[in-house]
Design a protein around this ligand. Structure first.
Ligand SMILES: [Mn+2]
Length: 339
């Protein structure tokens, strides 16, 4: 297996810092997706085996989303919304903090101050563009990779060897690889993705069960909401190869739908042969969220960044729009259909 090349000093630093620390906090971004969950728990399971004496605390700004509670030891994750003091304490008092699947400290929301001001040594392992190098002692950033989980796999393999990746870690990391590639259907050009997946599947992880947890767990209400969304809230511009969903707060209240229930809906735009760019615009109480997807040449990371102050990846990006819900829709339409 080829694997990836890393700077040997950084690998040595990770090995030393993780072996010496008696307390380690691991943190990923707010509104954790499968990749944030997988890289957080994957790292937790690896380090728990390697350094069993250390107190290892996985934490998330707003906790483990309910669709990921099946993941091994997800119940150990501290939730910043309900256990703020414990989260701040873990960040301020741990000897080592490991950040995964985010590029800048603001992605951990209200835990940013503790993350940035903590005297701990800090490691960042991520696959988003433009990582913040200033606040971390060791940064491993590979924006060409599918997922933070794939990167955690390769880093762990390079630092500790494949045997350090136990079955729970393998299940966790495989989860993020699947969710960040749409089960190997986008961000899937790098051979290293399949090498990592093969090595994880070799740990007897029951990959089909993981795919079922990710893809086949809709509630009936959620499925019916998708039906409503596609028939009533999907706007298609065939000539412009563009489609978008938009949901007001009222829509979401009437259908009892949360942000998590809408996960993946934006991908339905690209299922139409004619459509190359899809967007989902969702009004929240104090802001408007936008998700962008692209299946050909349009770089939605660039669009999200320059027009809405967001970012992400070339084919999947997002933003907290600085504009109102109506104004966001107007600007998105202006950008993609020119009126
Ligand atoms: Mn990710």
């Amino acid at each position: 297996m080829k694997g990836l090349e890393f700077d040997s000093q950084r690998l040595a630093a990770i090995k030393e810092l993780t072996a010496q620390a008696t307390s380690i906090a691991i943190i990923a971004h707010r509104n954790a997706d499968g990749d944030a969950m997988g890289s957080l728990l994957g790292m937790y399971h690896i380090l728990s085996d390697l350094n069993p004496k250390a107190k290892i605390t996985p934490l998330l700004p707003n906790g483990c989303p309910k669709q990921f509670t099946w993941m091994p030891h997800s119940e150990l994750i501290l939730n910043g919304d309900t256990q703020l003091e414990a989260c701040n304490k873990a960040l301020m008092e741990s000897e080592l903090i490991i950040g995964v699947d985010f590029n800048v400290p603001s992605r951990v929301d209200f835990l940013e101050t503790a993350l940035v001001t903590s005297p701990a040594k800090k490691i960042l392992i991520d696959h988003h563009h433009n990582p913040d190098k200033e606040h971390f002692d060791v940064v491993i950033s590979r924006s060409e990779l599918s997922s933070a989980c794939e990167l955690v796999y390769w880093v762990a393999q390079a630092v500790w060897g494949d045997s350090a990746i136990n079955q729970d870690a393998a299940r966790s990391l495989y989860t993020g690889i699947c969710t960040d590639t749409g089960s190997f259907s986008y961000s899937c050009e790098q051979p290293s993705l399949y090498e990592a997946a093969a090595a994880l599947v070799a740990k007897d992880i029951n990959a089909a069960d993981i795919h079922n947890h990710i893809n086949n767990t809709f509630s009936i209400e959620r499925m019916q909401f998708f039906g409503f969304a596609i028939s009533e809230r999907l706007h298609i511009y065939e000539k412009e190869k563009f489609a978008y969903f938009s949901f007001s707060l009222q829509d979401q209240q009437e259908h009892h739908i949360s942000a998590a229930d809408m996960e993946g809906l934006v991908n339905y735009t690209l299922m139409m042969e004619q459509i190359e760019v899809g967007v989902l615009i969702r009004e929240e109480a104090t802001r408007t969220k936008i998700s962008f997807r692209s299946k050909k040449d349009v770089d939605v990371n660039n669009i999200a960044r320059t027009h809405f102050g967001g970012g992400g990846h070339t084919k999947a990006a997002g933003a907290d729009s600085p504009y109102s819900f109506e104004e966001t829709i107007r600007r998105v339409k202006e950008l993609f259909i020119g009126d």
